[in-house]
Design a protein around this ligand. Sequence first.
Ligand SMILES: [Fe+2]
Ligand SMILES: [Fe+2]
Length: 165
Amino acid sequence: MLGTAAYWHVEHASFERLLDFLEGQLNVFQDGARPNHELMLDVASFLRHFAPRCHRSREETAFAFIVQSAPGMRTKIDRLLEEHHVIAAKADELYTRLSNVDAGDVAHREEVEAALATYVTSYRHHITAEEASRGGCVLAACSIYATLSRNRKRHTIDTFFDPSH
Ligand SMILES: [Fe+2]
Ligand SMILES: [Fe+2]
């Protein structure tokens, strides 16, 4: 269980680096220069697909267990789940805007800038909130782990949470 939280932390750090890149491109936009459109599209595509299918799906599985074990965390977990939907919608919007314009299309620059700025801000906020609640999540997850281990379901839960199994 502790390994699972550490794994999420590593993925969050990777996402932060990609958000840094997107934010850097936003600065390029705002300076009136030409951003790296192809790489932005690759990064936006990766975040749009990998995050929901791999990272968020594991988080949401864990969140369900956490709420079961620690009902006091329900409000916090519900907020994080809602943010997943909001971020997914913003990721779709960003990808669509980047796909529909080429790098030199000044007419759509402001729309791309706005989509970039809101996506980066929302995702950063979400990662910060998840990292801040990681301690509580780890404690709750450890308690679930202990219960399931007693029930001889240890391998099942390990496989569920840890993608390296
Ligand atoms: Fe999340
Ligand atoms: Fe996350």
